[in-house]
Design a protein around this ligand. Structure first.
Ligand code: SAM
Ligand code: SF4
Length: 337
C-alpha cells in the first residue's frame, strides 16, 4: 500500500501513476498507430510547457509517485528538456519516485545525457524489428540506424533500457529469438505488446496484424524455461524470467487478460484531457481549469478529484467474437499508449 495516497477512485484504487502525452506529433508513421496523412492539432490547443509543469506538479502533490512522458513522440516536442529539468525538483524532494518516458528512440542520441541529468533512470524504447527494410516498412518514415544509435547513446549514458515490441503476425514472428538475443546481449529487458484497436489507421487490417501473446509465449517456452514473476506494474503487463539468460520478458495483453482490478494509473492527453481508463471513452477537461485560473490551482485540483471519481471499473476490449469489439475512436498517439 502506498503511503498517504490522496487520489482514491470509487473502487478503492490509489492513483499513483500518471502518463502524460506531451505532443500528438511524431517523426514516424507506424502503420498500427497512425495513418500516413495525419492531421495534427493546432499548437494553441496543446498544453504549454508551463501548463504541463503545473498539471504534473498538482498530481504529484496529490500522491502521484511515478510519471511517464509519452506522445506522439515526446522528444520531438520543442523545449521538452525544460519540462524534464523542471520535474527534477520533485525527484530531488522525494515526492516523485520515478520520472520516465516512452520513445521511438530517434532523438536519443541528442538527448540521452540531458535526460540522465534530469533524473531519468529508465526509458522504454519501441522497436519492432532489427531489419532495416522492415523497419522502414513498419514505421514508414523511420530509419533503423538512427534508432540503434539512440539506443547505444541511452546505454552509454547509463540509462536502463526496456525495448517495447508490438507483436505483429507475419511481420516479426520470425525475429522473436533474434530480438530476444539482441536485447540479452545488451542487458535490456524486452516487452511484447499485443496490437490494440485504437484509432482509424487507414487501410491496415487490424485483425490480420494480431499475433496472440499466448502463442508468442508458447514459442519462447520451446527454447527457454520461463519462470513467472509475481511482479505486477498495476498495468496490463506481466513478466517472466528466462532461466537460461536471466532476462526479463514482459507481455502486455490488454485484450486477453483482465488487469483492471489493480489499475493505479490515469492518462493525460497533450490537450489536457484526462482519460481515467485506456479502454473507455470517458474523459474530462483539465485545460480549462488550468487556463482560467493561472495563479490558483484550486479549480484544477477540484477537476482532478472529480475525474478520479468517475474512473470506471474496467475496459471492454474484446477480439474474441472475430471482430473488433470495444474499438476506440482515438489513436494511441492521442492518449500516449
Ligand atoms: N512514440 C513513442 C513510441 O513509439 O515509443 C511513444 C508513443 S507510442 C503511441 C507508445 C507505444 O504504443 C509504442 O510502444 C507503440 O509501439 C505502441 N502502440 C502504438 N499503437 C499501438 C496499437 N495500435 N497497439 C498496440 N501498441 C501500439
Ligand atoms: Fe510515432 Fe510512437 Fe506512434 Fe510510432 S508508435 S507513429 S513512433 S507515436
Amino acid at each position: 500500500m502506498e503511503q498517504n495516497p490522496r487520489l482514491i477512485d470509487p473502487f478503492q484504487r490509489a492513483i499513483t501513476y500518471l502518463r502524460v502525452s506531451v505532443t500528438d506529433r511524431c517523426d514516424f508513421r507506424c502503420v498500427y498507430c497512425m495513418s500516413e496523412n495525419m492531421t495534427f492539432l493546432p499548437k494553441k490547443q496543446l498544453l504549454t510547457l508551463e501548463e504541463l509543469d503545473r498539471l504534473c506538479s498538482a498530481f504529484i502533490d496529490l500522491g502521484v509517485q511515478k510519471l511517464r512522458i509519452t506522445g506522439g513522440e515526446p522528444l520531438v516536442r520543442r523545449g521538452i528538456m525544460t519540462f524534464f529539468e523542471g520535474m527534477k525538483r520533485h525527484l530531488d524532494a522525494g515526492t516523485l519516485k520515478e520520472l520516465t518516458l516512452t520513445t521511438n528512440g530517434s532523438q536519443l542520441e541528442k538527448y540521452a545525457t540531458d535526460l540522465v541529468n534530469s533524473g531519468v533512470k529508465r526509458v522504454n524504447i519501441s522497436l519492432d524489428t532489427l531489419d532495416e527494410k522492415k523497419f522502414a516498412e513498419i514505421t514508414r518514415w523511420g530509419r533503423l540506424a538512427q534508432v540503434l544509435r539512440g539506443i547505444d547513446a541511452a546505454l552509454a549514458a547509463g540509462l536502463r533500457v526496456k525495448i517495447n515490441t508490438v507483436a505483429l503476425k507475419g511481420f516479426n514472428e520470425d525475429e522473436l529469438f533474434a530480438l530476444q538475443e539482441w536485447c540479452a546481449n545488451r542487458n535490456m529487458d524486452l516487452t511484447f505488446i499485443e496490437v490494440m484497436p485504437m484509432g482509424d489507421i487507414g487501410n491496415e487490417d487490424r485483425l490480420g496484424q494480431y499475433w496472440s501473446l499466448k502463442d508468442l509465449r508458447a514459442r519462447l517456452a520451446e527454447k527457454f524455461s520461463l519462470v513467472d514473476l509475481a511482479e505486477r506494474s498495476g498495468g496490463p503487463a506481466n513478466y517472466v524470467r528466462l532461466n537460461e539468460t536471466g532476462q526479463k520478458i514482459g507481455f502486455i495483453t490488454p485484450l486477453s487478460h483482465n488487469f483492471c482490478e489493480s489499475c493505479n494509473r490515469v492518462r493525460i492527453t497533450c490537450t489536457g484531457e484526462i482519460y481515467t481508463c485506456l479502454g473507455q471513452e470517458g474523459k474530462a477537461d483539465l485545460r480549462a481549469p488550468l487556463r482560467e485560473s493561472p495563479q490558483d490551482d484550486a479549480p484544477l485540483i477540484a477537476a482532478i478529484h472529480a475525474a478520479i471519481g468517475t474512473k470506471p471499473k474496467g475496459h471492454d476490449f474484446d477480439y474474441s467474437r472475430g471482430d473488433v469489439a470495444g474499438q476506440m475512436t482515438r489513436h494511441m498517439s492521442h492518449t500516449g499508449g
